[in-house]
Design a protein around this ligand. Structure first.
Ligand SMILES: [Zn+2]
Length: 85
């Protein structure tokens, strides 16, 4: 069965469910709210998502996180370099 990602409007959690193409998840797995939005799983076409401020979501956050990790690595390297001298 295909998997879908939903976002709960109430608790703002993302979760993944698998169900048939013609079915739809009706309630949040966390708070059982029925206010769900399906998150389109097309990472390259996210215009709709990014145009809404608060929905810039996990994709962007992950990118930022990765960037930060890279920066940390860089910093560490620099510190090691300095110490080495
Ligand atoms: Zn919820």
């Amino acid at each position: 069965m295909p998997r879908y990602v939903y976002k709960c409007i109430e608790c703002k959690e993302y979760f993944e469910v698998s169900h048939g193409i013609f079915e739809e998840q009706e309630s949040c797995g966390f708070c059982h709210s029925t206010k769900l939005t399906r998150v389109p799983q097309m990472p390259h076409i996210r215009r709709e998502v990014s145009s809404r401020g608060d929905k810039v979501g996990s994709e962007v956050r992950r990118a930022i996180e990765e960037n930060r990790a890279l920066l940390d690595e860089e910093k560490k390297k620099r510190v090691e370099y300095k110490d080495g001298n």
